[in-house]
Ligand binder design. Sequence first.
Ligand code: PMP
Length: 409
Amino acid sequence: MELAQQLLAAKRDFLVPCVYHFYQRPPVFVRGEGAYLFDSDGRRYLDCYGGVSVMNAGHSNPEILEAAIDQLRRLQHTTTIYLTAPMLDLARVIAELAPASLRRLFFCASGSEANEGALLLATLATKRAECIYLREGLHGRTKWAMSVTGLDMWRTDPNPLVTAHAVPGSRHPESLATIESLLQRGTIAALIAEPIQGNGGIVVPPDEYWPELRRLCTQYGTLLIADEIQTAWNRTGRWFATEHWNVVPDIVTVAKALGNGFPIAAYITTDEIAVHYTRPGAATFGGNLVSCRAALATLAFHERHRLGERSATLGAYLMGHLRALQQRHSIIHEVRGMGLMIGVELRDAAGTQAAALLDTLFEEMKDAGYLLGKTGPGRNVLTLMPPLVVERAELDSLVVALDRSLART
Ligand code: PMP
């Protein structure tokens, strides 16, 4: 049996069926380098999804690997009940990168955990129990994180927490008014939202949206949690996406690209809010030594190679070319994004969502050597979040391949 078939059979036999994968004919990946992945037959693919906005500094980045291997050889794990330096070095670096008031961190291992932690902290700090989330948002797979996930596909729990209130997202004119009417109750601890919704289909809010969220939350004593798990670390051209609108949230959650493939996550908050969490708290893998050294090397790499500027410039360049494609292919309904976080929404002639067509295109592009993402409530948004080390010529080749594939479908 071919390797992919063997692995699919093992997946069917041993994993919980919810573990979902892309492609009808999935390649088996065995190696990564920079913006490329290689399969077991030696075929090369331009990775335009970056492990879902994780591999911002590129696959098998030698500088990051060096730091992680050095730490592995010295000391791999202790937990936070013992004193070690890398977690505190990383906390200091992140505190310096974040807006001035956000200088206190709690480290954990995954995005879902960071969001759970942020919501818990908000309930402690406000002495309120309820929260608000946006309908097209995604915040994770654990109980509370799933209860504040609006996207139907990722909202499996038949008994979500009743203290979580869904509101229409930034695309809907009634969004802010609905939020305000809930905030007026005086019972809302936190509002959690992604600055740009990732799984929701790369939804970029109007410029006034986040400043308004900030103003409303301040007015009603509710904490504003920005889930920057997909958007942080230069994905949108800035360290944090909320910087685009000069908004300072009360709590920011981060994960994914912070460790460039090593599991690490955190929430970042202010002194005034953090002071409410004094009972013992610990995450076994929070502040893991290897992950922290990898994250330190990742952030240093970002700085040295100016990945923020790169993301902004290459993102604008790619979006320009995708908009030119839109002129030729009526199936492209909209191209949107910030930096190298880009969505290409497809709709067919009837104006309905073109999920089936996207799947054909998606499979074809993979066979042509390009891995794309797909998002949106209707799964009709081609999603591009390549490693930020990608070269302009590689983006050119992606546009040519996409043009060809669109012409065929
Ligand atoms: N928030 C956002 C915005 C995400 O995109 C994700 C994962 N795709 C999560 C939270 C959950 O992160 P994790 O899978 O690390 O728990």
